[in-house]
Design a protein around this ligand. Structure first.
Ligand SMILES: Cc1ncc(COP(=O)(O)O)c(C=O)c1O
Length: 458
């Protein structure tokens, strides 16, 4: 059933793209088939799940032809715009030529792409040897495997409130309980506390805290491991955890500790890479550190099933001691999408857009915070923003039902948002990076209207 369309004060910007009339299965038929034939564990958003049949740049259309602003970019996967015309044209051509070979044969695009990706890392970092996968979970599995092979040790340190995947071993790295099943995940993973000042686990205030959170990594290593570790993996800004931005010195302190105990540092850039944080191409560059390995997925291919783990030659070398391959990793279509995405990020100044438009949006969200006591904190960098909702600013009790309600009401007004954090009380705003300031005006007005309603003021 199509949802009704109550007004916002600022209209959703019109789009030059005309969606193709849809004549496929009805939404109810899809839902019925999905309930019968798809695994029930596969998540849907919204009380009445939305059916999306077409996309163009920052907009999506449902089966009734209704347009939405996609402020969560699929699921932070669409970096430069849904069905970006230049990428689509190149992919169409490739699909007509060759879809699949596996990496047992040579193919030009995979090596051209690996070279281009290597050029995007800081000079002198040595980050230049890539292994392509079809997802972020696989990339993270490879990173921890390589860290273990290279160091000859097993223990991996990661952070609470972090998300690194849904396979059994990446579920062990993930430390948000709602995403963990009651099974025994692979051993050798320890969790330290993140730099989450708004909810400091030690109840301290920055900067008087003396970065107690970063120093927890050393305690975890000394108490819970034999004192030598394989590595440390973390997101430069926690994504699913609710756009949690650590204090600026957090990663510098942590990387020093990790290296002191023999570990490799892995930056999970699945959400933060490719200019999304605005100031820099990679999330880790915001913190003045250089990791030994970088994992990527989501925005890397603007929606293609593509992931990668890039590291230094000597760290990758131990992989050659056994047979290893990934059937779909590095296929000609996905790597072409990756290569074309890199080019568009540069050609269209996407990183600068993330900085400018993201800065504008954050400013507007901060203004909204002055109006709505429901907003506990607005945080994030570039176009990776989070709005944490609380029932009461003093107690910081998570506003769980209210967040769900705002997200639901926004959808009914044509705005698609994400939700995150352990309690699901953080609104995640991570749109395709082609979003405009007009879109941001609509987004903020829509949030304003929805919050007025939810808090009973509207
Ligand atoms: C930071 C981060 N790492 C890893 C993953 C896992 O990626 P995938 O779902 O492609 O396996 C995700 C997915 O949300 C993520 O956000």
């Amino acid at each position: 059933m199509p949802s009704t369309k109550p007004a916002t004060r600022v209209p959703l910007p019109a789009c030059k793209h005309t969606p193709t009339p849809y004549d496929g299965l009805s939404r109810d038929e899809i839902l019925k088939l999905r309930r019968k034939y798809l695994n029930p564990g596969i998540l849907t958003y919204y009380k009445e799940p939305l059916c999306i049949v077409e996309g163009y740049m920052q907009y999506l259309w449902d089966e009734t032809g209704r347009q939405y602003l996609d402020a969560i970019a699929g699921i932070v996967t669409v970096s430069v715009g849904h069905c970006h015309p230049k990428i689509t044209a190149r992919v169409r051509e490739q699909v007509g030529k060759l879809v699949h070979t596996t990496t047992i044969y040579l193919h030009p695009t995979i090596v051209e792409y690996a070279r281009e990706l290597a050029r995007r890392f800081p000079d002198g970092s040595g980050l230049e040897v890539s292994y392509f996968t079809s997802s972020g979970s696989e990339a993270n599995e490879l990173a921890t495997l390589m860290a273990r092979l290279h160091t000859g040790r097993h223990e991996i340190i990661t952070l609470r409130n972090g998300y690194h995947g849904g396979s059994q071993s990446t579920m062990a790295l993930t430390a948000v309980g709602t995403w963990k099943y009651p099974i025994a995940t692979p051993a050798g993973v320890r969790h330290a506390v993140p730099g989450y000042c708004y909810r400091c686990p030690f109840g301290l205030e920055y900067p008087a805290c003396d970065m107690r959170c970063a120093r927890d990594v050393e305690d975890v290593i000394r108490y819970e491991t034999p004192g030598q570790i394989a590595g440390f993996i973390a997101e430069p800004i926690q994504g699913l955890g609710g756009a949690v931005v650590p204090p600026p010195e957090y990663f510098k302190i942590v990387f020093d500790i990790v290296r002191q105990y023999g570990g490799l540092c892995i930056s999970d850039e699945v959400q933060t890479g490719f200019g999304r944080t605005g100031e820099h191409y990679w999330g880790f560059q915001n913190w003045g550190v250089v990791p030994d390995m970088v994992t990527m997925a989501k925005g890397i291919g603007n929606g293609a099933p593509l992931g990668a783990c890039t590291t230094k030659a000597d760290i990758a070398q131990p992989m050659a001691q056994r047979l290893h391959f990934n059937t779909f990793g590095g296929n000609p279509v996905s790597v072409l999408q990756g290569l074309a995405t890199l080019e568009i990020v540069d050609e269209e100044n996407i990183q600068q857009r993330a900085k400018d438009v993201g800065g504008y949006l954050k400013g507007k969200l901060l203004e909204l915070q002055e109006k709505h006591s429901l907003i506990g904190e607005v945080r994030g960098l570039g176009l990776m923003l989070g709005v944490e909702l609380v029932k009461d600013r003093q107690s910081k009790e998570p506003a769980i039902a209210e967040t769900a309600d705002v997200v639901e009401k926004a959808k009914n007004r044509s705005l698609l948002l994400g939700k995150g954090g352990l309690h699901g009380n953080v609104i995640r705003v991570k749109p395709p990076m082609c979003i405009t300031k007009d879109d941001c005006d609509f987004l903020v007005d829509c949030l304003d209207v929805c919050m007025e309603e939810v808090s009973g003021a509207g």
